[in-house]
Design a protein around this ligand. Structure first.
Ligand code: SR1
Ligand code: MG
Length: 397
């Protein structure tokens, strides 16, 4: 049984769990609950009310059949979750089973958790977020760099996490298409087309800076990244959080993960402004500030334990962290551009009503994005918060 891959439906998944998971042998109930762009996610319950999650990779992306992808992404995701589970056991779900043939894994059902993006979209706040997500980033990113990992183990990880197809999605969807629309997949909000044409499509200085960043993404094997660290990849409740979905994991620049998080918190901020949710907007600003400050503090204390001979030079570590900081803001700008112009959008912005308020939110984010990419002074979190203040107070159009 299950010696040849096939894409499972709700019925198949019940039989699969009955065959593979202890205590799930009686009558089972199954629902497909996935709302991501790529995979199928099933919740399977037994009669006692216990449940597990089965996540299976299909040969095509859910968002579009044009994305034909190796189902090996499920191995990458599972192995990344296992490594993250070593560094931050309380911040990722437990893996119960990985099936390489079926390209699926079975993991604990995170009962009582919600997808953070959905909660932020109704302006819920979480005071533990900055502490926990900064730990997740510092532990998983810094501990997989050359400073902390044995050099041979690092190369073994690099090999295991070569992720050509999902990296190609990012190379195209994030770093290229929003500027030159070469696949004609971009989706511009009606009423914002001309503005985006002149502000983004025609700005070749912007394209050049993004191109340099794309080269960095292609070549800088700094740490094992999550690869898609946005608020839709975080399950949260009032006590803790769990980071999920590292199928885009690969060895890349640390600023990619940090920048993704900054950009996605900024979408929540822009939504908060659109709905005049002042307290929420302030909470996002405070959260951005403390998340990034805590990340740097924790990263530095992990780096202080490095056995790399040159780690004794404080100036080397200063330079390392400064570069990560600069990278993160530039990449935050690139993530903001792609979520507004490209194919894969975020509900934080797309569900803003009326349309004029959405257009304003989009322009606000695109203006912030351009400064992050072009203005070298946006290189630390205090500068970024000042930038948000500038665009909060009506410097628009
Ligand atoms: C074709 S996949 C589009 C996007 O969904 C994922 O969450 C990643 O962000 C990817 O870029
Ligand atoms: Mg995902």
């Amino acid at each position: 049984m299950y010696s040849k891959y096939f894409l499972m439906n709700e019925e198949d998944v019940k039989s699969y769990v009955q065959a593979k998971i202890k205590d799930f042998s009686g009558t089972l109930f199954s629902d497909e609950i996935g709302d991501g762009n790529l995979n199928y996610v099933f919740r399977v319950k037994n009669e006692q009310g216990n449940s597990v999650i089965v996540k299976q990779a299909g040969p095509q992306a859910r968002i579009s059949e044009d994305f034909v992808l190796s189902t090996d992404r499920n191995r990458i995701e599972t192995e990344a979750l296992i490594i993250e589970g070593e560094f931050t056991p309380s911040l990722v779900p437990n893996i119960l089973l990985f099936d390489e043939v079926m390209s699926c894994c079975v993991m604990e059902d995170l009962k009582g958790f919600e997808i953070m993006r959905k909660q932020l979209n109704v302006f819920k706040t979480y005071d533990h977020f900055a502490e926990l997500i900064s730990t997740f980033m510092a532990e998983n990113l810094i501990r997989t760099t050359d400073f902390l990992l044995d050099p041979k183990k690092k190369k073994e990880y690099q090999k295991r996490f070569i992720n050509p197809e999902l990296c190609e999605i990012t190379e195209h969807l994030v770093y290229t298409e929003p500027y030159i629309n070469f696949k004609e997949q971009n989706i511009l909000t009606s009423g914002n087309e001309e503005w985006i044409h002149s502000f983004v499509y025609k700005d070749t200085a912007l394209h050049l800076e993004v191109a340099k960043r794309k080269m960095q993404f292609l070549t800088e094997a700094q740490a094992l990244l999550h690869g898609d660290l946005h608020t839709g990849s975080i399950f949260i409740n009032d006590e803790t959080l769990k980071v999920i979905d590292p199928e885009f994991a690969f060895y890349g620049p640390i600023g990619y993960d940090v920048g993704n998080l900054i950009a996605n918190l900024t979408f929540s901020w822009a939504r908060g402004l659109a709905y005049e949710e002042d307290e929420f907007v302030s909470w996002i600003e405070e959260t951005l500030l403390s998340t990034i400050q805590l990340f740097h503090k924790k990263a530095r204390s992990i780096l202080a334990t490095s056995t790399e001979q040159f780690a004794v030079y404080t100036a080397l570590l200063d330079d390392y962290m400064d570069r990560i900081s600069r990278d993160a803001f530039a990449i935050a700008g690139i993530e903001m551009n792609r979520r507004i112009i490209g194919l894969a959008k975020v509900a934080d912005i797309t569900t803003i009503e009326p349309i004029d308020a959405r257009i304003t939110a989009e322009r606000r984010c695109l203006k912030i994005a351009k400064e992050c990419i072009l203005n070298k002074e946006i290189s630390h979190i205090q500068g970024y918060i000042k930038l948000l203040q500038k665009y909060k107070n009506g410097v628009l159009i």
